[in-house]
Design a protein around this ligand. Structure first.
Ligand code: HEC
Length: 156
């Protein structure tokens, strides 16, 4: 992924969109480009979830994700890790809404879409917490359009 990072945000957005199967028809590049260029209003460094939300997400994770991704999010025989710099670099410069949607349409792998939007949002908060992003005073909204306004950037 290193080479793609150097290719710049639009290239990365396009590459990631196709790699992670986000293409739901229509001009993905343009859609992502618009998000990247104009609509984002905050980043993951602004404290976009709360500790309480991450704790709720931890419960959702234990019940629905840990069996494959491991209690420490490090992955295992069944699934890749979803913590650490390799994982987050993959998402850098994409909106949180893209991660939310990707998880919602494909996870848990044994029953995609079976959680509520709130549960998916809480689990995203937990993944961000586990990846050392700062908690803040407002919860991540369970709304893809709102999540699309928050940009994923590298942790400090
Ligand atoms: C039955 C096993 C299983 C369960 C349960 C499961 N996953 Fe996965 N997950 C996988 C496998 C296998 C992959 C890799 C294939 C793929 O990307 O679809 C994956 C991929 C992912 C990815 C993308 C990783 C990457 O590097 O691109 C994320 C994010 C993810 N899972 C999150 C979750 C979350 C959150 C849950 C719980 C709501 C969950 N998964 C539950 C098996 C599972």
């Amino acid at each position: 992924m290193k080479r793609l990072v150097l290719a710049g945000s639009v290239g990365l957005a396009l590459a990631c969109a196709s790699v992670s199967g986000l293409a739901t028809g229509g001009p993905v590049g343009e859609a992502n480009g618009a998000v990247v260029g104009q609509e984002t209003t905050s980043t993951l460094l602004d404290g976009v979830f709360t500790s309480a939300q991450a704790r709720r997400g931890r419960r959702v994770y234990s019940e629905n994700c840990a069996s494959c991704h491991g209690a420490e999010l490090k992955g295992g025989e069944m699934a890749p890790g979803i913590a650490g710099s390799d994982f987050m670099v993959f998402w850098t410069e994409l909106p949180v809404g893209a991660m939310f949607e990707r998880i919602k349409v494909s996870m848990p792998e044994d029953g995609p879409g079976r959680l509520t939007d709130e549960e998916y949002t809480d689990v995203v908060a937990y993944i961000l917490d586990a990846n050392s992003y700062p908690a803040g005073d407002t919860e991540l909204p369970a709304d893809k359009a709102e999540l699309d306004k928050i940009m994923i950037v590298a942790a400090e």
